[in-house]
Design a protein around this ligand. Structure first.
Ligand SMILES: [Ca+2]
Ligand SMILES: [Ca+2]
Ligand SMILES: [Ca+2]
Ligand SMILES: [Ca+2]
Length: 319
Protein backbone atom coordinates (compact mmCIF):
# COMPACT_ATOMS: atom_id res chain seq x y z
CA UNK A 1 0.00 0.00 0.00
CA UNK A 2 1.52 3.18 -1.05
CA UNK A 3 0.96 6.60 0.51
CA UNK A 4 0.36 9.78 -1.42
CA UNK A 5 1.37 13.15 -0.11
CA UNK A 6 -0.78 16.03 -1.16
CA UNK A 7 0.47 19.55 -0.71
CA UNK A 8 -2.55 21.67 -0.10
CA UNK A 9 -2.19 25.41 -0.42
CA UNK A 10 -4.99 27.20 1.33
CA UNK A 11 -5.69 30.85 0.61
CA UNK A 12 -7.57 32.65 3.31
CA UNK A 13 -9.43 35.59 1.98
CA UNK A 14 -9.40 38.49 4.33
CA UNK A 15 -12.74 39.62 5.53
CA UNK A 16 -13.14 43.16 6.68
CA UNK A 17 -14.08 42.25 10.20
CA UNK A 18 -11.94 44.80 12.08
CA UNK A 19 -12.59 48.53 12.27
CA UNK A 20 -9.78 51.05 12.58
CA UNK A 21 -8.80 51.57 16.22
CA UNK A 22 -7.44 54.65 17.96
CA UNK A 23 -5.03 53.82 20.76
CA UNK A 24 -5.81 56.92 22.82
CA UNK A 25 -8.28 57.56 25.57
CA UNK A 26 -11.59 58.94 24.50
CA UNK A 27 -12.42 61.75 24.26
CA UNK A 28 -9.22 63.33 23.09
CA UNK A 29 -8.65 66.62 24.85
CA UNK A 30 -6.78 69.55 23.36
CA UNK A 31 -6.12 73.00 24.80
CA UNK A 32 -5.87 75.88 22.37
CA UNK A 33 -5.38 79.51 23.32
CA UNK A 34 -7.92 81.94 21.99
CA UNK A 35 -5.00 84.11 20.95
CA UNK A 36 -3.89 81.49 18.41
CA UNK A 37 -3.68 83.08 14.99
CA UNK A 38 -5.44 80.99 12.35
CA UNK A 39 -3.56 79.95 9.27
CA UNK A 40 -0.11 79.86 10.85
CA UNK A 41 1.12 76.32 10.12
CA UNK A 42 3.60 76.33 12.99
CA UNK A 43 1.26 77.74 15.63
CA UNK A 44 -2.24 76.76 14.64
CA UNK A 45 -1.80 73.10 13.66
CA UNK A 46 -2.35 70.30 16.16
CA UNK A 47 -1.28 66.68 15.83
CA UNK A 48 -4.01 64.05 16.04
CA UNK A 49 -3.57 60.31 16.61
CA UNK A 50 -3.71 57.85 13.72
CA UNK A 51 -5.80 54.70 13.79
CA UNK A 52 -4.65 51.17 13.00
CA UNK A 53 -6.67 48.44 11.32
CA UNK A 54 -5.83 44.78 11.87
CA UNK A 55 -7.22 43.60 8.55
CA UNK A 56 -5.13 42.89 5.50
CA UNK A 57 -4.21 45.30 2.77
CA UNK A 58 -4.90 46.74 0.42
CA UNK A 59 -8.42 47.96 1.22
CA UNK A 60 -9.54 46.43 4.49
CA UNK A 61 -6.89 48.21 6.53
CA UNK A 62 -6.52 51.34 4.44
CA UNK A 63 -7.64 54.05 6.83
CA UNK A 64 -8.99 57.40 5.71
CA UNK A 65 -9.95 60.28 7.98
CA UNK A 66 -12.58 62.97 8.05
CA UNK A 67 -14.24 65.30 10.50
CA UNK A 68 -17.83 64.57 11.17
CA UNK A 69 -19.69 67.59 9.91
CA UNK A 70 -20.93 69.81 12.67
CA UNK A 71 -20.96 73.45 13.51
CA UNK A 72 -17.51 73.47 15.07
CA UNK A 73 -15.95 72.25 11.87
CA UNK A 74 -16.10 75.87 10.77
CA UNK A 75 -13.16 76.52 13.06
CA UNK A 76 -10.98 73.53 12.15
CA UNK A 77 -9.89 71.74 9.06
CA UNK A 78 -8.37 68.29 8.86
CA UNK A 79 -5.03 67.83 7.13
CA UNK A 80 -3.94 64.28 6.29
CA UNK A 81 -0.53 63.68 4.72
CA UNK A 82 1.17 60.41 3.82
CA UNK A 83 4.77 59.90 2.87
CA UNK A 84 7.12 56.97 2.94
CA UNK A 85 9.28 58.17 5.81
CA UNK A 86 6.78 59.56 8.28
CA UNK A 87 3.82 57.49 7.28
CA UNK A 88 0.42 59.01 7.72
CA UNK A 89 0.03 62.19 9.73
CA UNK A 90 -3.32 63.58 10.79
CA UNK A 91 -3.42 67.19 11.92
CA UNK A 92 -6.03 69.68 12.91
CA UNK A 93 -5.63 73.19 11.54
CA UNK A 94 -7.32 76.26 13.04
CA UNK A 95 -8.93 78.23 10.24
CA UNK A 96 -11.00 80.74 12.22
CA UNK A 97 -10.16 82.77 15.31
CA UNK A 98 -11.42 81.40 18.60
CA UNK A 99 -13.03 83.46 21.32
CA UNK A 100 -13.24 81.91 24.77
CA UNK A 101 -15.81 84.47 25.86
CA UNK A 102 -18.11 83.33 23.07
CA UNK A 103 -17.43 79.61 23.15
CA UNK A 104 -15.07 78.10 25.70
CA UNK A 105 -15.34 74.53 24.39
CA UNK A 106 -15.49 73.13 20.88
CA UNK A 107 -16.39 69.54 20.15
CA UNK A 108 -15.34 67.66 17.05
CA UNK A 109 -15.55 64.08 15.94
CA UNK A 110 -12.71 62.48 14.01
CA UNK A 111 -13.89 59.54 11.93
CA UNK A 112 -11.45 56.87 10.75
CA UNK A 113 -12.82 54.49 8.10
CA UNK A 114 -11.22 51.62 6.26
CA UNK A 115 -11.68 50.84 2.58
CA UNK A 116 -13.49 47.55 2.94
CA UNK A 117 -16.80 46.61 1.53
CA UNK A 118 -18.72 47.58 3.47
CA UNK A 119 -16.33 49.94 5.26
CA UNK A 120 -15.93 49.92 8.99
CA UNK A 121 -15.29 53.08 10.92
CA UNK A 122 -14.48 54.38 14.39
CA UNK A 123 -15.24 57.78 15.81
CA UNK A 124 -12.97 59.66 18.19
CA UNK A 125 -14.59 62.58 20.04
CA UNK A 126 -12.32 65.56 20.41
CA UNK A 127 -12.88 68.21 23.07
CA UNK A 128 -11.03 71.47 22.46
CA UNK A 129 -10.82 73.66 25.53
CA UNK A 130 -10.17 77.26 24.64
CA UNK A 131 -7.59 78.81 26.96
CA UNK A 132 -8.16 82.36 28.04
CA UNK A 133 -6.16 85.32 26.80
CA UNK A 134 -6.43 88.78 28.29
CA UNK A 135 -8.34 90.26 25.39
CA UNK A 136 -11.05 92.10 27.31
CA UNK A 137 -10.78 95.19 29.46
CA UNK A 138 -12.93 95.94 32.49
CA UNK A 139 -16.15 97.73 31.66
CA UNK A 140 -17.88 99.93 34.25
CA UNK A 141 -21.56 99.33 34.74
CA UNK A 142 -22.06 103.02 33.99
CA UNK A 143 -19.78 105.63 32.46
CA UNK A 144 -20.27 108.09 35.32
CA UNK A 145 -21.41 107.95 38.93
CA UNK A 146 -23.13 110.85 40.65
CA UNK A 147 -23.73 110.60 44.37
CA UNK A 148 -24.39 112.86 47.31
CA UNK A 149 -23.08 112.78 50.84
CA UNK A 150 -23.84 114.89 53.87
CA UNK A 151 -20.91 116.95 55.01
CA UNK A 152 -21.39 115.48 58.47
CA UNK A 153 -20.93 111.91 57.24
CA UNK A 154 -18.55 110.05 59.49
CA UNK A 155 -15.19 108.85 58.22
CA UNK A 156 -15.77 105.42 56.73
CA UNK A 157 -19.29 106.15 55.51
CA UNK A 158 -19.92 104.48 52.18
CA UNK A 159 -20.58 107.00 49.46
CA UNK A 160 -20.72 104.85 46.33
CA UNK A 161 -19.74 101.47 44.96
CA UNK A 162 -18.19 101.53 41.52
CA UNK A 163 -18.27 98.29 39.61
CA UNK A 164 -16.61 97.07 36.48
CA UNK A 165 -16.72 93.60 34.99
CA UNK A 166 -14.15 91.90 32.81
CA UNK A 167 -15.23 89.01 30.61
CA UNK A 168 -11.90 87.20 30.87
CA UNK A 169 -11.08 84.39 33.28
CA UNK A 170 -8.87 84.22 36.36
CA UNK A 171 -6.43 87.12 36.81
CA UNK A 172 -7.31 88.31 33.31
CA UNK A 173 -10.80 89.06 34.56
CA UNK A 174 -10.02 90.08 38.15
CA UNK A 175 -10.72 93.79 38.47
CA UNK A 176 -8.91 96.17 40.79
CA UNK A 177 -9.84 99.81 41.35
CA UNK A 178 -7.89 102.95 42.07
CA UNK A 179 -8.28 106.68 41.80
CA UNK A 180 -6.71 108.25 38.78
CA UNK A 181 -4.43 111.20 39.18
CA UNK A 182 -7.26 113.50 38.28
CA UNK A 183 -9.62 115.05 40.77
CA UNK A 184 -9.04 117.69 43.42
CA UNK A 185 -9.50 116.46 46.96
CA UNK A 186 -9.42 112.74 46.27
CA UNK A 187 -7.61 112.28 49.57
CA UNK A 188 -10.94 113.01 51.23
CA UNK A 189 -12.16 109.61 50.05
CA UNK A 190 -10.86 106.07 50.09
CA UNK A 191 -11.50 103.54 47.36
CA UNK A 192 -11.41 99.83 48.16
CA UNK A 193 -9.33 98.30 45.41
CA UNK A 194 -11.21 95.02 45.50
CA UNK A 195 -14.84 95.92 46.16
CA UNK A 196 -14.96 99.34 44.51
CA UNK A 197 -16.55 100.83 47.62
CA UNK A 198 -15.84 104.53 48.07
CA UNK A 199 -15.96 105.76 51.64
CA UNK A 200 -15.37 109.07 53.36
CA UNK A 201 -11.66 109.24 54.14
CA UNK A 202 -11.62 112.32 56.29
CA UNK A 203 -14.04 114.92 57.59
CA UNK A 204 -15.83 116.76 54.79
CA UNK A 205 -16.86 120.37 54.86
CA UNK A 206 -19.32 121.94 52.47
CA UNK A 207 -17.62 125.29 52.98
CA UNK A 208 -14.26 123.85 51.97
CA UNK A 209 -15.34 121.80 48.94
CA UNK A 210 -18.89 121.16 47.84
CA UNK A 211 -18.24 118.92 44.86
CA UNK A 212 -15.62 116.33 44.00
CA UNK A 213 -14.98 115.01 40.52
CA UNK A 214 -12.89 111.92 40.95
CA UNK A 215 -11.46 109.73 38.22
CA UNK A 216 -11.70 106.00 38.93
CA UNK A 217 -9.68 103.40 37.09
CA UNK A 218 -10.52 99.70 36.79
CA UNK A 219 -7.78 97.38 35.63
CA UNK A 220 -7.52 93.62 35.48
CA UNK A 221 -4.61 91.66 36.89
CA UNK A 222 -3.73 89.95 33.65
CA UNK A 223 -0.69 90.66 31.52
CA UNK A 224 -0.96 93.77 29.44
CA UNK A 225 -4.22 94.78 31.08
CA UNK A 226 -5.63 98.13 30.04
CA UNK A 227 -7.42 100.32 32.55
CA UNK A 228 -10.89 101.73 32.00
CA UNK A 229 -11.97 105.10 33.32
CA UNK A 230 -15.15 106.34 34.97
CA UNK A 231 -15.96 109.68 36.54
CA UNK A 232 -17.29 109.76 40.10
CA UNK A 233 -18.97 113.00 41.13
CA UNK A 234 -19.59 113.40 44.85
CA UNK A 235 -21.79 116.30 45.86
CA UNK A 236 -21.46 117.34 49.45
CA UNK A 237 -24.75 118.29 51.05
CA UNK A 238 -24.82 121.26 53.30
CA UNK A 239 -25.91 120.46 56.85
CA UNK A 240 -27.07 122.85 59.53
CA UNK A 241 -23.83 122.67 61.42
CA UNK A 242 -23.01 126.37 61.60
CA UNK A 243 -24.69 128.61 64.14
CA UNK A 244 -26.68 131.57 62.88
CA UNK A 245 -24.87 134.84 63.31
CA UNK A 246 -26.95 137.92 63.88
CA UNK A 247 -25.57 141.06 62.37
CA UNK A 248 -25.92 143.67 65.08
CA UNK A 249 -25.34 146.54 62.69
CA UNK A 250 -28.35 145.98 60.53
CA UNK A 251 -30.97 146.15 63.19
CA UNK A 252 -33.64 148.83 63.14
CA UNK A 253 -36.64 149.58 65.21
CA UNK A 254 -40.27 149.02 64.73
CA UNK A 255 -42.91 151.36 65.99
CA UNK A 256 -43.67 149.46 69.13
CA UNK A 257 -40.22 149.46 70.62
CA UNK A 258 -39.54 146.09 69.22
CA UNK A 259 -37.06 145.20 66.58
CA UNK A 260 -37.58 142.57 64.02
CA UNK A 261 -34.59 140.47 63.26
CA UNK A 262 -34.37 138.16 60.33
CA UNK A 263 -32.29 135.28 61.51
CA UNK A 264 -30.17 134.18 58.61
CA UNK A 265 -29.87 130.77 57.21
CA UNK A 266 -27.54 128.68 59.31
CA UNK A 267 -24.66 129.61 57.16
CA UNK A 268 -24.08 132.89 58.92
CA UNK A 269 -25.13 135.50 56.45
CA UNK A 270 -26.05 138.89 57.79
CA UNK A 271 -29.26 139.42 59.65
CA UNK A 272 -31.64 142.05 58.46
CA UNK A 273 -34.36 143.96 60.18
CA UNK A 274 -37.68 144.26 58.55
CA UNK A 275 -40.16 146.92 59.50
CA UNK A 276 -43.21 145.62 57.77
CA UNK A 277 -42.61 142.18 56.47
CA UNK A 278 -42.06 139.01 58.34
CA UNK A 279 -40.67 136.43 56.07
CA UNK A 280 -39.63 133.07 57.44
CA UNK A 281 -36.88 133.23 59.97
CA UNK A 282 -38.05 136.63 61.22
CA UNK A 283 -38.24 137.14 64.95
CA UNK A 284 -39.44 140.01 67.05
CA UNK A 285 -37.14 141.26 69.74
CA UNK A 286 -39.16 143.14 72.29
CA UNK A 287 -37.24 142.60 75.43
CA UNK A 288 -33.72 143.01 76.38
CA UNK A 289 -31.78 139.85 76.37
CA UNK A 290 -34.19 137.58 74.58
CA UNK A 291 -33.66 133.96 73.81
CA UNK A 292 -34.65 132.25 70.59
CA UNK A 293 -34.35 128.79 69.26
CA UNK A 294 -33.69 128.84 65.55
CA UNK A 295 -32.82 125.75 63.60
CA UNK A 296 -31.91 123.99 66.79
CA UNK A 297 -29.49 126.74 67.79
CA UNK A 298 -30.19 128.82 70.85
CA UNK A 299 -29.63 132.50 70.18
CA UNK A 300 -29.43 135.19 72.79
CA UNK A 301 -29.86 138.75 71.66
CA UNK A 302 -29.13 141.81 73.71
CA UNK A 303 -31.00 144.84 72.50
CA UNK A 304 -29.97 148.29 73.48
CA UNK A 305 -32.37 151.07 72.79
CA UNK A 306 -30.92 154.42 71.91
CA UNK A 307 -34.32 155.89 71.43
CA UNK A 308 -37.61 154.81 70.01
CA UNK A 309 -36.44 154.98 66.43
CA UNK A 310 -32.82 154.07 66.76
CA UNK A 311 -31.75 151.04 68.53
CA UNK A 312 -28.95 148.69 68.28
CA UNK A 313 -28.07 145.14 69.03
CA UNK A 314 -25.11 145.25 71.19
CA UNK A 315 -24.40 141.64 71.20
CA UNK A 316 -25.61 138.38 69.94
CA UNK A 317 -24.23 135.03 70.69
CA UNK A 318 -25.10 131.46 70.32
CA UNK A 319 -25.08 128.43 72.50
CA1 LIG B 1 -10.76 46.75 8.54
CA1 LIG C 1 -11.87 86.62 23.66
CA1 LIG D 1 -9.20 91.34 30.98
CA1 LIG E 1 -10.29 86.27 27.07
Amino acid sequence: MSSVSVLAQVFVNDVNDKPPVFSVSSPLRLAVSESTVPGNPAMSTFQLPVATDADAPPANNAVSYRLKPDVDSDYFRLIVTTNSSAGTEVRLSLVRALDRETSAVHRLTLVAADGGLPPRSTSLPIVIEVEDANDNRPIFDRPAYDVGVAETAAVGTEVAVVRATDADAGPNGRVRYRFSGRGRGRDDFRLDRTSGAVVVGRRLDFARQREYRLGVLAQDEGPGGVASFALLTVRVRDVNDHAPVVDVHSAASTDDDCVTVQVPSPRGSAAAVERSEKPPNVINVCTVYQKFVINAFVIFVNVYYFNKRHMKFRKSFVE
